[in-house]
Design a protein around this ligand. Structure first.
Ligand SMILES: [Zn+2]
Length: 233
């Protein structure tokens, strides 16, 4: 190859590499807002409001324990539910709403290959859960959190078409892989400030223990745990 065309070739390769890297990173880092504009945090506020969110329920054992704790500490939260789990445990799902918490759509299947589905497949998956929620509550759900926080152009198109708000998080707890509740609580307490959106999962005993420690510490710091209902007004 001549010197000049070799140079063009290398520049072209570099541009391709950067483009592909951004696409891959963008797919898995929802915070970059690369494909899908999501809400990850609310403004710091005088009322010291914070927003606890739970993904992957409703769960027949752990969601009721979490609801009992939230009630005891007078805290509210938002539950991003998986459609197939709502179908299995509609009574637990309705209890979440009855206790004044907010719910959101977290897909129907929570498929491991969510990032590789077509726009149509994503749309059908989300709509299926929208219909289950509408049937049980009589209300149209407005919030969506993608499984694993993964976004890409197909998911972005589907979400836009259904007209949902995408919700991310500012504090990820890693409660599904943590070894001890103390580790999770400490990590969250280090990052907590008003306006924070905290990601937890109502699917394990560890998270139940994390939640109790968190609610005690939030109370001592005068934080108020609220639902994300201000986003749907
Ligand atoms: Zn999930």
């Amino acid at each position: 190859m001549e010197g000049w065309s070799m140079f063009t070739f290398i520049v072209g390769l570099c541009i391709l590499f950067v483009g592909v890297s951004f696409t891959i990173i963008g797919s898995f880092r929802m915070k970059m807002n690369y494909f899908l504009k999501g809400i990850h945090q609310l403004p710091v506020n005088e009322n010291r409001e914070i927003y606890i969110t739970f993904d992957d329920g409703p769960h027949p054992d752990f969601t009721p324990k979490i609801l009992a704790l939230l009630e005891r500490y007078n805290a509210k939260a938002t539950f991003f539910c998986i459609g197939k789990n709502i179908e299995k445990h509609p009574d637990v799902f309705l209890e979440i709403i009855q206790q004044g918490h907010l719910i959101g759509n977290h897909s129907y299947l929570h498929s491991n290959n969510y990032g590789f589905l077509s726009t149509k497949a994503v749309e059908e998956d989300i709509v299926k859960t929208q219909q289950i929620i509408a049937r049980l509550t009589g209300c149209e759900n407005k919030l969506f959190r993608p499984p694993f926080g993964v976004t890409n152009p197909n998911i972005a198109r589907a979400v836009k078409k259904i007209n949902l708000k995408t919700i991310g998080w500012s504090i990820r707890s890693y409660d599904t892989i943590a070894k001890s509740p103390e580790m999770v609580t400490e990590k969250i307490n280090k990052k907590i400030k008003s306006g924070a959106i905290i990601l937890l999962h109502d699917t394990s005993q560890l998270t139940v223990e994390v939640l109790e420690q968190l609610l005690i510490s939030f109370e001592s710091k005068s934080f108020n745990a609220k639902t994300l209902s201000l986003l749907i007004k």
